[in-house]
Design a protein around this ligand. Structure first.
Ligand code: SF4
Length: 373
């Protein structure tokens, strides 16, 4: 039976972080009846979609990963998360060993919530700690302190979570190298099973982008950003983690099953505002207003390359041909000249059936990927 991943987007946050371009609504402390009603109605409308999709796709597939992301899913009362999971289980066949992940913000977690998540079957918790430097968290506009982050991790362990991811950010304006090293040391001391580490992306339309343009925040030191990145990989490897994707490392056996579906172009269903799906050969994105946008063949083929090249093991040309019914170089042959310099410098490697970035190639991954657009 075919395997399917399900993503459910929860578009609510206490406060928008300054750098964030994800689709999410700021709902403050949620104490008003209006907010609670808005959230309840949103969840109920997603349940309708779960039923509809299950009738179309559920018969031939079993769900081996569920990812509740956002936004801030941990802002919701745990009963709402439990209700969502129960409806997924009721409508889809969910495998016994399914990976069930929930994203959380340390500013919204409590021991009771964590106990309840584990009880309802969440078996992988992702905590957006981002940094252990208060100045960095302040710059990013996060709602929590470094201590909140560490306490959240410890509460997750007391609840019994044995698979925890920590999200980190680096390359932040004004961030010192020492601040990043201290964060890495503090996080590695916690010994999580998985670490995601992203350099700050300046996204148009965010307060951070505007402040940066207006010179209100210090310039990002791109050389330092790369030094921070490679040092993180070095320290994580030394601590026994496998660096398996550009921005992700895991202890053996703890790679994120759900995210690998995106990078490997396996089937997933995205439910909720702005969520994307790839299923039955079609790729589509749900708009916030619930209209659907269907991708073209070239959109899909390009996406396959960007996501596949993010994996350290790269992409298989044979798998590409099986997915798209056309050879890789038949589709992208006209890009060979533009790629030549990357091949010549050993940044992009074609090794038999496999096309992959070398470790040095990661630093120019955006340029390489842009050739495939
Ligand atoms: S908590 Fe996450 S989703 Fe919400 S605004 Fe901050 S970064 Fe964006």
């Amino acid at each position: 039976m075919r395997k399917l991943g399900i993503y459910v987007h929860i578009p609510f946050c206490v406060r928008r972080c300054r750098y964030c371009a994800f689709y999410s609504n700021e709902v403050g402390d949620r104490s008003t009846p209006d907010v609670a009603k808005f959230e309840r109605e949103y969840i109920l409308s997603q349940v309708e979609k779960i039923r509809k999709y299950a009738a179309i796709y559920g018969r031939e597939r079993e769900v081996d990963s569920i990812f509740i992301g956002g936004g801030t899913p941990s802002i919701l009362p745990p009963e709402m998360i439990g209700y969502l999971l129960a409806r997924v289980r009721e409508n889809f066949r969910v495998t016994e060993d399914a990976e069930i992940s929930l994203e959380s913000n340390p500013g919204t977690l409590s021991q009771e919530k964590l106990d309840a998540y584990l009880e309802m079957g969440v078996n992988r918790l992702s905590i957006g700690i981002q940094s252990l430097d208060p100045a960095v968290l302040d710059m990013l506009g996060r709602i929590h302190s470094p201590e909140d982050g560490i306490r959240s991790f410890q509460m997750a362990r007391s609840a019994g979570f044995q698979n925890v991811n920590i999200d980190l950010m680096f390359g932040i304006p004004g961030q010192r190298y020492g601040s990043w090293l201290d964060t890495l040391t503090g996080i590695l001391d916690l010994n999580p099973e998985h670490i995601s580490f992203y350099s700050l992306q300046l996204e148009e339309g965010t307060p951070f982008f505007d402040n940066y343009r207006n010179g209100k925040v210090p310039k990002i030191d791109t050389d330092l950003d790369r030094v921070m990145y490679h040092e993180a990989i070095r320290e994580m490897r030394e601590a026994g983690y496998e660096h398996y994707e550009i921005s992700n490392a895991a202890r053996p056996g703890f790679r994120c099953r759900h995210n690998q579906k995106y990078w490997r172009f396996q089937e997933y269903l995205g439910i909720g505002a702005n969520a994307s799906s790839f299923i039955a050969g079609a790729r589509f994105t749900e708009e916030p207003d619930s209209e659907y946008h269907l991708n073209s063949f070239m959109d899909d083929a390009s996406e396959y390359v960007f996501t596949g090249l993010r994996m350290m093991e790269g992409i298989s040309r044979k798998a590409f041909a099986e997915t798209f019914g056309r050879g890789f170089w038949d589709v992208f042959g006209d890009r060979r000249d533009s790629l030549r310099e990357y091949f010549d410098q050993g940044l992009l490697i074609e090794d038999g059936d496999i096309l992959r970035l070398s470790e040095e190639g990661i630093d120019c991954s955006n340029e390489v990927m842009a050739v495939f657009v």
